[in-house]
Design a binder for this molecule. Structure first.
Ligand SMILES: [Zn+2]
Length: 168
């Protein structure tokens, strides 16, 4: 399989949320772990993180055009949530039916780590889901402003869960 892994933000002015931890540093670390693990399993991985962009829109456009040009089988955007320090748990956005199937598979594995199941949600408002040509998901792994989630979060376990969900 050929995966397009999109490490969220990390491309100023496209920067992530700040909570107890920084979304940029967590997505970069988690994304790199997912990429390494998929490659170890023999999958082809295209990193969709742009080297630079002048605007957020340009950053998002480049992520999609990289995935579309490489004709990846599945596009996976990795993010962390932030809200009011009380909200917690994992949710995954998808649009297409094949995308939702993959989303449920990944979410099931993340939930096993103890995170609240916030379910698979319709991501039709999300740029990278709308503008990619293949089944696509956007993972909100957990909340970076929730002490409960941060205490529970282990990058290696989260990466294993995502890879297991993507490949099972
Ligand atoms: Zn994000």
């Amino acid at each position: 399989m050929k995966f397009g892994i999109d490490i969220g933000h990390n491309c100023p002015p496209d920067t992530g949320a700040q909570g107890i931890k920084s979304e940029d540093s967590l997505t970069l670390d988690l994304g790199n772990r997912v990429i390494a693990k998929l490659k170890n399993l023999g999958h082809e991985v295209i990193s969709c993180l742009p080297a630079k962009a002048d605007t957020v829109k340009e950053s998002l456009e480049q992520r999609c055009s990289t995935a579309n040009a490489a004709n990846v089988d599945i596009f996976v955007s990795i993010h962390f949530n932030s809200f009011n320090s009380q909200a917690n748990g994992a949710e995954i956005f998808a649009m297409s039916e094949p995308g939702k199937k993959i989303a449920y598979s990944v979410l099931e594995e993340i939930i096993k780590l103890g995170f609240l199941n916030r379910s698979v949600k319709n991501g039709k408002h999300l740029f990278v889901l709308k503008h990619t040509n293949m089944p696509a998901i956007l993972i909100e792994a957990c909340f970076i402003d929730s002490q409960k989630d941060i205490n529970l979060y282990n990058p290696e376990a989260m990466a294993n869960a995502i890879v297991k969900g993507l490949t099972s």
